[in-house]
Design a protein around this ligand. Sequence first.
Ligand code: AMP
Length: 218
Amino acid sequence: MNIILFGPPGAGKGTQATRLVEQFGFEHLSSGDVLRAERAAGTKLGQDVTAYMDAGQLVPDELVIEVILGRVLNSEAEAGVLLDGFPRTLPQAAQLDEALEKADSRVDLVLSIQVPDELIVERITGRRMSPSTGKIYHVKYLPPQREGVCDETGEPLVQRPDDTEEVVKQRLNAYHEQTEPLEDYYRSRGVLVEVEGTQDIEQIADRIGQIVRDRRPK
Ligand code: AMP
């Protein structure tokens, strides 16, 4: 079963992805994490995407499609893949469909997490991340046991450079202009389910878990 976690930056996609992986064994593929790893490794791709990411703009389709589709098609997870942050444009969605179809597969479910813009800035500017695992915390809503330190690895948590208020506003613009139209694309294919994303993390996780169980092939 292949799932897309869809929603604006700060909707809680990464947090919910962690829960879904624990519960169902999906392979989590976050395009943002993949691009950040390329940057950290200093690859050509990593260098090419840096300026876009730091400005809160989408990176060009041709830079992201190949690397993500490669990972989707090579996944060996029996449960399926859980895409987070991809696709973000109509060409990305179309190419994903085409690649999956060739592999006799499909997008089975798109979980669209709904959060109004007003809440996004507070959520994102308080967000902290474990540098090696990408695990997400929030200073107020999901604090680590020891302030500023990852529960799992003991590393100091970091703030993503694009999680500042100024860049968040640009990322929200990119979301509304380029990514939101994908909701209609998937709705018309009958795979979109909207999820209220303003409740607390556990309530959202319960709801999402229930939707996945209902839709999972028996
Ligand atoms: P994220 O971690 O999903 O918020 O992604 C961080 C940044 O990576 C975005 O602001 C974009 O610059 C870039 N990015 C991630 N995924 C994509 C994508 N599917 N298409 C274009 N740019 C992306």
